[in-house]
Ligand binder design. Structure first.
Ligand code: GRF
Length: 203
């Protein structure tokens, strides 16, 4: 997989660790960690974890032009999945088409209820008793793609925004890797079934 980030990178760390010694071990490895922000803290963290890293600054470039450069860069690593982990850009249609059905995102709210930035603030300000972390496929809208998995976070008694985020991120870090593992396993099963259908065992 290629992991795309713009900031801190705590989800990236969770995914790398899941690949090294967790639920993704033997299933997925990180081909590259890419950022549109060359100074993103997550990029330095990824390098310290031994991941290949790459960045391209988006500043001053038109979306289509920048995305074409990113697609070309990512294709050099031949990723099966693009995993957005705090990647703060809306992807252009050309980008989505280049990796159709293979781009995942994690959103810290139920995407049917809240889209875009500041989802934890939204949950905190509205004193929600729970919020739902969502992993979804990326389409051309903002947090509108088909939902792959959701998990509730109990927010009762969370007195600060920091506490809301702490509880939410703990769920994010588990759910993202678990959802990817499920997706990869079901694709592997589908491939095996297809093979079985093409070469039926002789009785
Ligand atoms: C996470 O809350 C994620 O759900 C959202 O952006 C944040 C990224 O955090 N899309 P991190 O960089 O992975 O720590």
């Amino acid at each position: 997989m290629a992991i795309l980030l713009s900031g801190r990178g705590s989800n990236m760390v969770a995914l790398v660790e899941a690949g090294q010694k967790g639920i993704l071990q033997g299933l997925a490895e990180v081909a590259v960690v890419f950022s549109n922000k060359p100074a993103a803290p997550g990029l330095a963290t990824a390098a310290a974890l031994g991941c290949a890293t790459a960045s391209l600054a988006s500043q001053g470039k038109k979306r289509a032009e920048f995305d074409a450069e990113v697609v070309a860069l990512l294709n050099r690593y031949a990723p099966d999945y693009l995993v957005l982990a705090g990647y703060m850009r809306i992807l252009s249609p050309t980008f989505i088409r280049a990796f159709a059905g293979r781009i995942l995102n994690i959103h810290p709210a139920d995407t049917h209820q809240h889209q875009g930035l500041h989802a934890y603030e939204w949950a905190f300000d509205n004193q929600l008793p729970e919020t739902k972390i969502t992993v979804h496929l990326v389409d051309e809208g903002l947090d509108t793609g088909p939902i792959l998995a959701q998990q509730a976070v109990d927010l009762r008694g969370a007195a600060t925004l920091a506490e809301v985020e702490r509880r939410g991120l703990a769920v994010e870090h588990q759910l993202y890797a678990a959802t990817l593992a499920q997706l990869i396993n079901s694709e592997l099963r589908a491939k095996a079934d297809e093979k079985g259908a093409r070469f039926p065992p002789s009785i």
